[in-house]
Design a protein around this ligand. Structure first.
Ligand code: ADP
Ligand code: PAZ
Ligand code: K
Length: 258
């Protein structure tokens, strides 16, 4: 059995891949907790069979890595081999085109590997909308070509509340009646949605200009993806909402040598 963990800056997502995906679906078990509720994973994981291998993508820093390591040891003992997934020059058939490959966020590298596993031989725009939003290009030849990093939807909205006297924290996002809102809360939501989908549409348009006559697909992942999907206007480019793209990438990578 294999345990896959995606530790982001807001939440920790995990899954156990199933043995018979056609029959049982991709994951046998899965879950997610806020970063501050890491300890609650002890209970969820205690119910699992002891994994032989554990693969972790962590972009939430060394303290989180330390806590996670202790927790894994506490629950599963020292038996399972832990791979701390890292960005390298090449993995699972994907080439990393970052100037310094190791500096690419390992969640972005994993998401790109996952995207390529889902859609081999297609050019892909991978938008992952978490604490940060990243918008990355994977070429049809299997090269991570590069991307953009911007504040995620929640981070953007929160920065307004923190840096202004009159703007409130947004707790809940309800569907917008229109782009030009007649109240403060919806005006903030509309503005932050416009910034997020605007960046994705801008990235796609730039790629279309640079490489016309190339079929491509946009994958949308991350916690804010659901909120943003209805507002994206991508013309003829198909849009796929993918849950747990980083975990799909880790699973793919684990089945290829490091
Ligand atoms: N229901 C929701 N409505 C709006 N935004 C959401 C919702 N759920 C999650 N988010 C956004 O998703 C982010 C967390 O997504 P996640 O993919 O878990 O991030 P990370 O990988 O950085 O931990 C939050 O910062 C928030 O912006
Ligand atoms: C861009 C990120 C902060 C995204 O993190 P997330 O929103 O998934 O929590 C993370 O991938 C990261 O720390 N990257 C390192 C820098 C880089 O990718 O260039
Ligand atoms: K992200």
């Amino acid at each position: 059995m294999m345990l896959l963990i995606d530790a982001g800056n807001t939440r920790i997502k995990w899954a156990v891949p199933s043995d018979h995906p056609q029959r049982e679906g991709r994951w046998r078990q899965q879950g997610a907790v806020a970063r501050g509720e890491l300890q609650s994973l002890a209970q969820a994981w205690a119910a699992l069979d002891r994994p032989q291998r554990i693969c972790v993508s962590n972009v939430a820093g060394p303290a989180l890595r330390e806590s996670l390591q202790q927790l894994l040891q506490q629950v599963f003992g020292s038996g399972p081999v832990i791979e701390w997934f890292a960005s390298t020059l090449e993995r699972a058939g994907l080439r990393n085109g970052y100037r310094d490959p190791a500096r690419l966020g390992c969640d972005r590298f994993a998401a790109a590997i996952g995207a390529r596993a889902l859609y081999p031989d297609e050019e892909l725009l991978v938008a992952t909308c978490g604490t940060a939003t990243t918008i990355d290009v994977v070429s049809a030849q299997g090269v991570f070509e590069g991307g953009m990093i911007l504040p995620g939807f929640g981070t953007m909205a929160t920065s307004l509340a923190l840096n202004t006297a009159q703007l409130p924290q947004i707790d809940e996002v309800t569907p917008l009646a229109g782009i030009f809102a007649d109240n403060t809360v919806e005006a903030i939501v509309s503005g932050c949605i416009a910034a997020q989908v605007g960046a994705i549409e801008h990235a796609l348009a730039a790629r279309e200009r640079a490489h016309p006559h190339t079929a491509r697909r946009c994958l949308l992942a991350g916690g804010a993806g659901l909120v943003l999907a209805p507002y994206l206007v991508l013309g003829e480019t198909p849009l796929e909402k993918v849950d747990n793209l980083v975990l799909i990438g880790l699973h793919t990578a684990m089945n290829h040598a490091g």
